[in-house]
Design a protein around this ligand. Structure first.
Ligand code: PHE
Ligand code: CO
Length: 302
């Protein structure tokens, strides 16, 4: 998921299909969604027509892969590095079915192919059932560095390796269930911030220093370095309520990153019932993305 579907989330609590397309069209200045939605089933799932990818597209995937693979050592968390290696997807756009079978053996998750952004209730329904939706299309060569909607490179390279960690895998399923619940409690905007600052842009401690687990960073050529070294951004200890109050940037590097100690902390801290938290936070103003509150410590860099 990316900025646009997040933005759409904030505006579509009633999530039937027409609302979904209307909201996304509105958010992108009338532009239509990029994917081909003509063959979706009732869960927005399509077949990955692997044979339809061109040699140029596989070559572009390899270039994207190689750039990121060079940046990964010493920056990505261990499970990402290990799972990426095991997935063996450096040679071209992967066949979802093959990776899905590996993933299912590891953590009981499967991959489903989707045309692109899908409505909130569909997306969260997949997560709640341990299915991760992966966009089928690949960006154009001009979009090598920056892509507005998530493509197969972001969705697959960024997200899939983390799903091999059993705790993270359980967490993401709970997130899906929690988001379906939040839709009824007017809490989706807050949960979108949580997803953004963890699943997309999260940092994690390791004995050797900070590491990245967020897919938005791991699939980005520039932010992977910035997030670990730039004094221009804040790095704060993960705190559920602090995260759910914090606005985020969609068109620039993040100004704040939240750091978990380990995946168990992410799981445990998000396990309690959020109903009273939503009620409490709704009464507070959200915090700008670059806020350092009194008493908060910006984690020092090593
Ligand atoms: N514990 C949350 C609730 O009760 C659900 C949730 C779990 C949200 C995990 C995010 C991540 O609403
Ligand atoms: Co994403």
């Amino acid at each position: 998921m990316n900025a646009k579907v997040m933005e759409a989330s904030l505006n579509t609590t009633d999530s039937n299909t027409d609302d979904f397309f209307a909201a996304v069209a509105e958010k992108s200045d009338g532009a239509v969604l990029r994917g081909d939605y003509s063959k979706i089933d009732d869960q927005y799932v399509v077949r990955q027509d692997w044979d339809a990818y061109t040699p140029e597209q596989h070559a572009l995937w390899r270039r994207l892969y190689q750039r990121q693979a060079k940046l990964i050592p010493g920056r990505a968390c261990d499970v990402f590095i290990e799972s990426l290696e095991a997935l063996n997807i450096g040679d071209g756009i992967p066949r979802f079915e093959e990776s899905s079978a590996m993933l299912f053996k590891a953590t009981g998750w499967t991959l489903v192919a989707v045309p692109g952004l899908v409505p909130d209730h569909i997306f969260f329904g997949h997560l709640a059932n341990r299915r991760f939706p992966v966009t089928v299309w690949l960006r154009d060569p001009e979009e090598f560095d920056y892509i507005v909607e998530p493509d197969v490179f972001h969705d697959f390279f960024g997200h899939v390796p983390l799903l091999f960690n059993p705790i993270f895998a359980d967490h993401l399923q709970d997130y899906g269930k929690g988001a379906l619940k939040a839709m009824k409690l007017d809490g989706l905007g807050m949960l979108a911030r949580l997803y953004w600052y963890t699943v997309e842009f999260g940092l994690i401690q390791s004995p050797e220093g900070l590491r990245v687990y967020g897919a938005g960073i791991l699939s980005s050529g520039g932010e992977i370095e910035h997030c670990l070294t730039s004094p221009a951004s804040l790095r704060l200890p993960f705190d559920v309520e602090r995260v759910m109050r914090t606005l985020y940037k969609i068109d620039s590097y993040q100004e704040t990153y939240f750091v978990i100690n380990d995946f168990q902390q992410l799981f445990d801290d998000t396990a309690p019932d959020f109903t009273p938290i939503y009620a409490r936070l709704k009464a507070l103003e959200p915090l700008p993305a670059n806020t350092l509150l009194p008493g908060e410590a910006n984690l020092s860099l090593k």
